[in-house]
Design a protein around this ligand. Structure first.
Ligand SMILES: *Cc1c(COP(=O)(O)O)cnc(C)c1O
Length: 368
Protein backbone atom coordinates (compact mmCIF):
# COMPACT_ATOMS: atom_id res chain seq x y z
CA UNK A 1 0.00 0.00 0.00
CA UNK A 2 2.76 2.42 0.86
CA UNK A 3 6.51 2.57 0.70
CA UNK A 4 8.53 2.05 3.82
CA UNK A 5 10.37 5.36 3.91
CA UNK A 6 7.37 7.63 4.19
CA UNK A 7 5.66 8.51 7.45
CA UNK A 8 2.56 9.92 5.84
CA UNK A 9 1.15 9.57 2.35
CA UNK A 10 -1.49 11.58 0.50
CA UNK A 11 -3.10 9.33 -2.08
CA UNK A 12 -4.58 11.45 -4.85
CA UNK A 13 -7.15 9.93 -7.20
CA UNK A 14 -6.58 11.73 -10.51
CA UNK A 15 -9.43 9.78 -12.07
CA UNK A 16 -11.82 11.20 -9.48
CA UNK A 17 -10.53 14.74 -10.14
CA UNK A 18 -11.15 14.28 -13.86
CA UNK A 19 -14.58 12.85 -13.03
CA UNK A 20 -15.35 15.93 -10.96
CA UNK A 21 -14.24 18.20 -13.81
CA UNK A 22 -16.56 16.35 -16.21
CA UNK A 23 -19.45 16.69 -13.76
CA UNK A 24 -18.81 20.44 -13.54
CA UNK A 25 -18.67 20.65 -17.36
CA UNK A 26 -22.06 18.95 -17.51
CA UNK A 27 -23.44 21.60 -15.15
CA UNK A 28 -21.86 24.54 -16.97
CA UNK A 29 -22.95 24.14 -20.56
CA UNK A 30 -22.76 27.86 -21.36
CA UNK A 31 -19.00 27.74 -21.64
CA UNK A 32 -15.73 26.12 -20.70
CA UNK A 33 -14.63 24.95 -17.27
CA UNK A 34 -11.12 25.86 -16.14
CA UNK A 35 -8.96 24.12 -13.58
CA UNK A 36 -7.90 26.37 -10.70
CA UNK A 37 -4.59 24.87 -9.58
CA UNK A 38 -3.36 27.58 -7.22
CA UNK A 39 -1.55 26.56 -4.02
CA UNK A 40 -0.19 23.46 -5.77
CA UNK A 41 -3.70 22.37 -6.79
CA UNK A 42 -4.98 22.87 -3.23
CA UNK A 43 -2.08 20.76 -1.94
CA UNK A 44 -2.67 17.78 -4.25
CA UNK A 45 0.10 18.55 -6.77
CA UNK A 46 -0.40 21.06 -9.59
CA UNK A 47 1.72 19.33 -12.24
CA UNK A 48 -0.03 15.95 -12.06
CA UNK A 49 -3.49 17.46 -11.63
CA UNK A 50 -3.04 19.85 -14.57
CA UNK A 51 -1.68 17.09 -16.82
CA UNK A 52 -4.64 14.84 -16.00
CA UNK A 53 -7.12 17.64 -16.66
CA UNK A 54 -5.35 18.66 -19.88
CA UNK A 55 -5.56 15.08 -21.13
CA UNK A 56 -9.29 15.13 -20.34
CA UNK A 57 -9.79 18.27 -22.43
CA UNK A 58 -9.43 21.13 -19.94
CA UNK A 59 -7.92 24.12 -21.77
CA UNK A 60 -7.74 26.87 -19.10
CA UNK A 61 -5.75 26.93 -15.89
CA UNK A 62 -5.26 29.48 -13.13
CA UNK A 63 -2.56 29.80 -10.50
CA UNK A 64 -2.47 32.40 -7.73
CA UNK A 65 1.09 33.60 -8.25
CA UNK A 66 3.64 33.99 -11.01
CA UNK A 67 5.97 31.59 -9.17
CA UNK A 68 3.29 28.89 -9.22
CA UNK A 69 2.71 29.45 -12.93
CA UNK A 70 6.45 29.24 -13.68
CA UNK A 71 6.69 25.99 -11.71
CA UNK A 72 3.77 24.54 -13.64
CA UNK A 73 4.73 25.79 -17.11
CA UNK A 74 7.23 23.00 -17.95
CA UNK A 75 4.51 20.43 -17.18
CA UNK A 76 1.75 22.08 -19.17
CA UNK A 77 1.94 22.48 -22.93
CA UNK A 78 1.45 26.02 -24.18
CA UNK A 79 -1.75 27.14 -25.80
CA UNK A 80 0.07 27.90 -29.07
CA UNK A 81 1.39 24.33 -29.06
CA UNK A 82 -2.00 22.72 -28.59
CA UNK A 83 -1.94 22.95 -24.80
CA UNK A 84 -3.77 25.26 -22.45
CA UNK A 85 -4.13 28.86 -21.32
CA UNK A 86 -2.29 29.51 -18.06
CA UNK A 87 -3.33 32.64 -16.17
CA UNK A 88 -2.13 34.21 -12.92
CA UNK A 89 -4.82 35.55 -10.58
CA UNK A 90 -2.78 37.79 -8.31
CA UNK A 91 -2.12 40.67 -10.71
CA UNK A 92 0.84 42.07 -12.60
CA UNK A 93 3.95 43.23 -10.73
CA UNK A 94 6.33 45.75 -12.36
CA UNK A 95 9.38 44.05 -13.86
CA UNK A 96 7.68 40.72 -14.60
CA UNK A 97 6.09 41.64 -17.95
CA UNK A 98 8.74 40.00 -20.13
CA UNK A 99 8.50 36.75 -18.14
CA UNK A 100 4.76 36.61 -18.76
CA UNK A 101 5.33 37.00 -22.48
CA UNK A 102 8.27 34.59 -22.73
CA UNK A 103 6.42 31.88 -20.81
CA UNK A 104 3.07 32.55 -22.49
CA UNK A 105 1.33 33.38 -19.20
CA UNK A 106 -1.74 35.58 -19.01
CA UNK A 107 -1.92 38.23 -16.30
CA UNK A 108 -5.20 38.93 -14.57
CA UNK A 109 -5.21 42.74 -14.42
CA UNK A 110 -7.06 44.05 -11.38
CA UNK A 111 -5.98 47.68 -11.02
CA UNK A 112 -5.53 50.75 -13.25
CA UNK A 113 -1.75 50.64 -12.63
CA UNK A 114 -1.57 47.06 -13.87
CA UNK A 115 -3.46 47.94 -17.04
CA UNK A 116 -1.08 50.84 -17.69
CA UNK A 117 1.91 48.60 -17.09
CA UNK A 118 0.66 45.95 -19.54
CA UNK A 119 -0.25 48.55 -22.12
CA UNK A 120 3.21 50.09 -21.85
CA UNK A 121 4.72 46.67 -22.41
CA UNK A 122 2.48 46.05 -25.44
CA UNK A 123 3.60 49.37 -26.91
CA UNK A 124 7.24 48.60 -26.26
CA UNK A 125 7.02 45.17 -27.89
CA UNK A 126 4.84 46.42 -30.73
CA UNK A 127 2.50 43.47 -30.22
CA UNK A 128 -0.93 43.13 -28.69
CA UNK A 129 -0.65 41.41 -25.31
CA UNK A 130 -3.36 39.11 -23.91
CA UNK A 131 -4.90 39.72 -20.51
CA UNK A 132 -7.89 38.97 -18.31
CA UNK A 133 -9.56 41.97 -16.72
CA UNK A 134 -10.71 41.51 -13.11
CA UNK A 135 -13.58 43.66 -11.89
CA UNK A 136 -14.52 43.77 -8.22
CA UNK A 137 -18.21 43.25 -7.52
CA UNK A 138 -18.12 42.77 -3.76
CA UNK A 139 -14.91 41.22 -2.49
CA UNK A 140 -12.96 44.49 -2.09
CA UNK A 141 -9.74 42.54 -2.45
CA UNK A 142 -8.48 42.58 -6.03
CA UNK A 143 -10.16 43.92 -9.16
CA UNK A 144 -11.24 47.26 -10.58
CA UNK A 145 -13.68 49.20 -8.43
CA UNK A 146 -16.90 50.46 -10.05
CA UNK A 147 -15.30 53.92 -10.28
CA UNK A 148 -12.26 52.46 -12.06
CA UNK A 149 -14.53 50.55 -14.43
CA UNK A 150 -16.38 53.78 -15.22
CA UNK A 151 -13.09 55.62 -15.81
CA UNK A 152 -11.92 52.86 -18.14
CA UNK A 153 -15.23 52.83 -20.00
CA UNK A 154 -14.89 56.58 -20.55
CA UNK A 155 -11.38 56.23 -21.94
CA UNK A 156 -11.22 53.01 -23.99
CA UNK A 157 -7.80 54.01 -25.36
CA UNK A 158 -6.38 52.76 -22.07
CA UNK A 159 -7.07 49.21 -23.25
CA UNK A 160 -5.47 49.72 -26.66
CA UNK A 161 -2.82 47.09 -27.31
CA UNK A 162 -4.39 44.70 -24.81
CA UNK A 163 -6.19 41.65 -26.19
CA UNK A 164 -8.93 41.09 -23.62
CA UNK A 165 -9.45 37.35 -23.32
CA UNK A 166 -12.00 37.56 -20.51
CA UNK A 167 -13.60 39.96 -18.09
CA UNK A 168 -13.92 38.19 -14.76
CA UNK A 169 -15.21 38.67 -11.24
CA UNK A 170 -15.26 36.50 -8.13
CA UNK A 171 -18.24 35.57 -5.93
CA UNK A 172 -17.97 36.16 -2.19
CA UNK A 173 -20.66 33.79 -0.86
CA UNK A 174 -21.64 31.43 -3.65
CA UNK A 175 -21.78 28.43 -1.30
CA UNK A 176 -24.83 30.04 0.36
CA UNK A 177 -27.43 30.05 -2.41
CA UNK A 178 -29.78 32.41 -0.55
CA UNK A 179 -27.12 35.03 0.21
CA UNK A 180 -28.27 38.34 -1.36
CA UNK A 181 -24.67 39.09 -2.35
CA UNK A 182 -25.00 36.58 -5.20
CA UNK A 183 -27.73 38.59 -6.92
CA UNK A 184 -26.00 41.90 -6.21
CA UNK A 185 -22.74 40.64 -7.70
CA UNK A 186 -24.53 39.28 -10.76
CA UNK A 187 -26.07 42.72 -11.41
CA UNK A 188 -22.79 44.54 -10.82
CA UNK A 189 -20.93 42.17 -13.12
CA UNK A 190 -23.52 42.61 -15.87
CA UNK A 191 -23.26 46.40 -15.54
CA UNK A 192 -19.45 46.32 -15.67
CA UNK A 193 -19.43 44.04 -18.72
CA UNK A 194 -21.93 46.26 -20.51
CA UNK A 195 -19.67 49.28 -19.97
CA UNK A 196 -16.44 47.59 -21.06
CA UNK A 197 -15.36 46.48 -24.55
CA UNK A 198 -16.96 43.22 -25.61
CA UNK A 199 -15.04 40.24 -24.28
CA UNK A 200 -15.82 36.75 -23.06
CA UNK A 201 -16.88 36.52 -19.44
CA UNK A 202 -15.63 34.39 -16.56
CA UNK A 203 -17.85 34.27 -13.48
CA UNK A 204 -18.56 31.20 -11.33
CA UNK A 205 -16.19 29.45 -8.93
CA UNK A 206 -17.08 25.91 -7.76
CA UNK A 207 -20.17 26.88 -5.78
CA UNK A 208 -21.22 29.47 -8.37
CA UNK A 209 -21.65 26.67 -10.93
CA UNK A 210 -24.40 25.29 -8.69
CA UNK A 211 -26.24 28.63 -8.47
CA UNK A 212 -27.85 28.02 -11.85
CA UNK A 213 -28.03 29.59 -15.29
CA UNK A 214 -27.81 33.19 -14.07
CA UNK A 215 -24.26 32.51 -12.97
CA UNK A 216 -23.17 30.75 -16.14
CA UNK A 217 -20.55 32.40 -18.35
CA UNK A 218 -17.97 31.62 -21.03
CA UNK A 219 -15.53 30.24 -18.46
CA UNK A 220 -16.16 28.90 -14.96
CA UNK A 221 -13.20 28.76 -12.55
CA UNK A 222 -13.68 25.92 -10.07
CA UNK A 223 -10.99 24.79 -7.68
CA UNK A 224 -12.43 23.23 -4.53
CA UNK A 225 -15.07 21.06 -6.21
CA UNK A 226 -12.45 19.48 -8.47
CA UNK A 227 -10.71 18.25 -5.34
CA UNK A 228 -13.87 16.87 -3.76
CA UNK A 229 -14.79 19.72 -1.42
CA UNK A 230 -18.56 20.12 -1.23
CA UNK A 231 -19.63 23.17 -3.29
CA UNK A 232 -23.15 22.97 -1.82
CA UNK A 233 -22.55 22.68 1.93
CA UNK A 234 -26.28 22.59 2.76
CA UNK A 235 -26.86 19.54 0.56
CA UNK A 236 -25.14 16.19 0.05
CA UNK A 237 -21.77 16.48 -1.68
CA UNK A 238 -22.20 15.94 -5.43
CA UNK A 239 -18.44 15.58 -5.96
CA UNK A 240 -16.29 12.46 -5.78
CA UNK A 241 -13.77 11.97 -3.02
CA UNK A 242 -10.24 12.54 -4.37
CA UNK A 243 -7.88 12.15 -1.42
CA UNK A 244 -6.90 9.72 1.25
CA UNK A 245 -4.32 10.64 3.88
CA UNK A 246 -2.67 7.80 5.74
CA UNK A 247 0.05 7.87 8.38
CA UNK A 248 2.26 5.08 9.65
CA UNK A 249 2.32 3.76 13.19
CA UNK A 250 5.93 4.02 14.38
CA UNK A 251 5.58 2.44 17.82
CA UNK A 252 2.94 0.89 20.05
CA UNK A 253 3.42 0.84 23.81
CA UNK A 254 1.31 -0.35 26.72
CA UNK A 255 1.09 2.10 29.61
CA UNK A 256 -0.34 1.60 33.12
CA UNK A 257 -3.31 3.64 34.41
CA UNK A 258 -2.40 7.22 35.33
CA UNK A 259 0.39 7.55 32.75
CA UNK A 260 0.35 10.94 30.97
CA UNK A 261 0.88 11.11 27.19
CA UNK A 262 2.56 13.91 25.23
CA UNK A 263 3.52 17.54 25.85
CA UNK A 264 2.08 19.14 28.97
CA UNK A 265 0.53 15.82 30.00
CA UNK A 266 -2.89 16.95 28.80
CA UNK A 267 -4.20 13.36 28.71
CA UNK A 268 -3.74 10.58 31.25
CA UNK A 269 -4.62 6.94 30.75
CA UNK A 270 -7.67 6.01 32.84
CA UNK A 271 -6.97 2.32 32.36
CA UNK A 272 -4.12 0.23 31.06
CA UNK A 273 -3.84 1.52 27.49
CA UNK A 274 -2.12 0.79 24.22
CA UNK A 275 -0.75 3.99 22.68
CA UNK A 276 0.23 4.15 19.01
CA UNK A 277 2.65 6.88 17.94
CA UNK A 278 1.99 7.97 14.37
CA UNK A 279 4.35 9.81 12.01
CA UNK A 280 2.23 12.91 11.35
CA UNK A 281 2.29 16.22 13.17
CA UNK A 282 1.64 19.91 12.87
CA UNK A 283 4.70 20.35 10.63
CA UNK A 284 2.82 18.14 8.17
CA UNK A 285 -0.06 20.62 8.29
CA UNK A 286 -2.10 18.63 10.76
CA UNK A 287 -2.71 21.61 13.01
CA UNK A 288 -2.10 21.45 16.76
CA UNK A 289 -5.51 23.04 17.33
CA UNK A 290 -7.18 19.90 15.92
CA UNK A 291 -6.01 17.69 18.81
CA UNK A 292 -9.41 17.58 20.50
CA UNK A 293 -11.29 16.71 17.32
CA UNK A 294 -9.03 14.41 15.31
CA UNK A 295 -10.04 10.81 14.76
CA UNK A 296 -8.10 8.34 12.71
CA UNK A 297 -9.74 5.34 11.08
CA UNK A 298 -8.65 1.74 10.98
CA UNK A 299 -10.71 -0.94 9.29
CA UNK A 300 -13.55 1.57 9.13
CA UNK A 301 -13.56 2.13 12.90
CA UNK A 302 -12.65 5.38 14.64
CA UNK A 303 -9.45 5.62 16.67
CA UNK A 304 -9.23 8.60 19.10
CA UNK A 305 -6.22 10.90 19.23
CA UNK A 306 -4.92 11.46 22.75
CA UNK A 307 -2.69 14.23 24.09
CA UNK A 308 -1.22 17.08 22.10
CA UNK A 309 -0.27 16.96 18.44
CA UNK A 310 3.54 17.31 18.27
CA UNK A 311 5.55 18.71 15.37
CA UNK A 312 6.21 15.33 13.75
CA UNK A 313 4.15 12.85 15.76
CA UNK A 314 0.71 12.22 17.17
CA UNK A 315 -0.53 9.63 19.63
CA UNK A 316 -3.67 7.50 19.42
CA UNK A 317 -5.37 5.28 21.96
CA UNK A 318 -5.53 1.90 20.23
CA UNK A 319 -6.53 -0.16 23.26
CA UNK A 320 -9.67 -1.27 21.42
CA UNK A 321 -7.68 -2.17 18.28
CA UNK A 322 -5.32 -5.07 19.00
CA UNK A 323 -4.59 -5.45 15.27
CA UNK A 324 -2.80 -2.07 15.18
CA UNK A 325 0.95 -2.68 15.44
CA UNK A 326 4.08 -0.83 14.27
CA UNK A 327 3.87 -0.48 10.50
CA UNK A 328 0.06 -0.27 10.45
CA UNK A 329 -1.33 2.65 8.46
CA UNK A 330 -4.08 4.79 9.99
CA UNK A 331 -6.38 6.85 7.82
CA UNK A 332 -6.77 10.56 8.65
CA UNK A 333 -8.66 11.60 5.52
CA UNK A 334 -10.69 9.17 3.46
CA UNK A 335 -13.95 7.31 3.58
CA UNK A 336 -14.27 7.84 7.33
CA UNK A 337 -13.71 11.59 7.23
CA UNK A 338 -13.36 13.98 4.33
CA UNK A 339 -11.64 17.39 4.44
CA UNK A 340 -14.99 19.13 5.02
CA UNK A 341 -15.69 16.99 8.09
CA UNK A 342 -12.22 17.59 9.56
CA UNK A 343 -12.75 21.30 8.92
CA UNK A 344 -16.21 21.37 10.50
CA UNK A 345 -14.86 19.70 13.64
CA UNK A 346 -12.03 22.22 13.99
CA UNK A 347 -13.53 25.55 12.89
CA UNK A 348 -11.94 25.70 9.45
CA UNK A 349 -12.91 24.85 5.88
CA UNK A 350 -11.97 22.02 3.56
CA UNK A 351 -9.80 24.36 1.49
CA UNK A 352 -7.57 25.04 4.50
CA UNK A 353 -7.37 21.37 5.50
CA UNK A 354 -6.07 20.44 2.03
CA UNK A 355 -3.78 23.42 1.40
CA UNK A 356 -2.16 22.93 4.83
CA UNK A 357 -0.84 19.47 3.92
CA UNK A 358 2.93 19.96 3.87
CA UNK A 359 5.29 19.08 1.00
CA UNK A 360 7.00 16.43 3.12
CA UNK A 361 3.88 14.27 2.97
CA UNK A 362 4.54 11.93 0.07
CA UNK A 363 2.02 12.24 -2.78
CA UNK A 364 0.93 9.05 -4.49
CA UNK A 365 -1.18 9.21 -7.65
CA UNK A 366 -3.90 6.73 -8.53
CA UNK A 367 -6.28 6.41 -11.41
CA UNK A 368 -4.08 7.61 -14.27
C1 LIG B 1 -9.64 30.49 -5.64
C2 LIG B 1 -10.36 31.16 -6.73
C3 LIG B 1 -11.25 30.46 -7.55
C4 LIG B 1 -11.65 29.02 -7.24
O1 LIG B 1 -12.55 29.04 -6.16
P1 LIG B 1 -13.20 27.70 -5.58
O2 LIG B 1 -14.14 28.18 -4.53
O3 LIG B 1 -12.08 26.89 -5.02
O4 LIG B 1 -13.89 27.02 -6.70
C5 LIG B 1 -11.81 31.11 -8.61
N1 LIG B 1 -11.52 32.41 -8.87
C6 LIG B 1 -10.70 33.13 -8.10
C7 LIG B 1 -10.46 34.56 -8.41
C8 LIG B 1 -10.10 32.55 -7.00
O5 LIG B 1 -9.29 33.27 -6.21
Amino acid sequence: MADGAAGAILQVDLGAIVGNWRLLCARHRSGAVAGVVKANAYGLGAARVAQALLAAGCRHFFTATLEEALALRPHLRRETEGGAMLAVLSGLTPGTEAVYRAQELIPVLGAAEEIALWQGFARQTGARQPAILHVDTGMARLGLSPAEVAALAGDPGRLEGIALRYVMTHLVAAEIAADPMNRIQRQRFAAACAALPVASRSFANSSGIFLGADFASDLARPGAALYGINPTPDAPNPMRRTVRLIARVQQVRTIPPGTPVGYNATWKAARESRIATVALGYADGWHRSRAGTTLAFFDGRAVPLVGRISMDLTTFDVTEHPAITPGTWLELLGTGRDPDAVAAASGSNGYEVLTSLAPRIQRQYLGQ
